[in-house]
Design a protein around this ligand. Sequence first.
Ligand code: BDR
Ligand code: CA
Length: 305
Amino acid sequence: ARPIVIDTDPGIDDAIGILLALASPELDVRGMTTVAGNIGIETTARNAARLLAFAGLSDIPVLIGAQQPLSRPGPEPLGLHGADGVGGVDLPEPLRSPAERSAVDWLADLLLGEDPGTVEVLALGPLTNVAELVVKRPEVAQRIGRIIAMGGAIHEPGNVGPRAEFNIATDPEAADIVFRSGVPVVLVPLDVTRRVRATRNFAERLAASLVPGAVKTAELIEAYFLSAAERESRPLHDPCVMLLALRPDLFECETLRLTVGTGSEEAGALLVDEGQGAPVQVAMRVDAPAALDLLEKGLTGVRGH
Ligand code: BDR
Ligand code: CA
């Protein structure tokens, strides 16, 4: 199994991605580094630990990371994820408190203990923690095999501004540092994540499986509808990162040279700039039915993908 670290701000869709990763024997989740984003840092760390307790995997460490973006005030909660960050879905209390070490120190030690290029970071929130590693320990950061990050919008409109997506807009300076770091980055923008959508019917199928992780995912999807009851489906943003890690052939990527709006431009807007941009592999298209099928099979324990 491939060693991975999940950097996350759970978050309803983060939680679904985490449950998929924990259910996937291809992925060896070494730890979860948490970041402020959908909700404050105490709550995202606590939710990561609650998900591990639910999965019976509390040996996996949870590390507390950045409490706020590199050089901006913390994000306004979107309200989509409820007061507890997981839409009120029932999860057990954490079995362990978060580790004492900082997320960045822990990540650096993990990378130094593994062969260079083997550890992948699956990033589901603002990129503050990863950027801090790049800034504080640049030579250690180069040992990351690849960062697969949910964020940004290329042709699609943004979700927090005309062109800005929440994860990148929350900490655009961090995204810029990560994109320019020289570490391979695969970005999964709204152009793809808005195509991979859960319907109530999809949730009902998961619930009917009676597999605990799938039943809990069905509850999370139902909770995701609470803030948008009139909608027929909800986008599964963060799980797309895990789906791409498991089955890259379901996605079509293009290398784009991207700059991140940090100054007078809209914060977090991504611009393609052949001259100044940093090369980022961007997932532009997805086989959505196959991606949903993989999510369902992964959560219900049907193997063979
Ligand atoms: C991203 O923002 C968060 O609300 C979600 O968890 C996802 O990571 C989508 O823009
Ligand atoms: Ca997230």
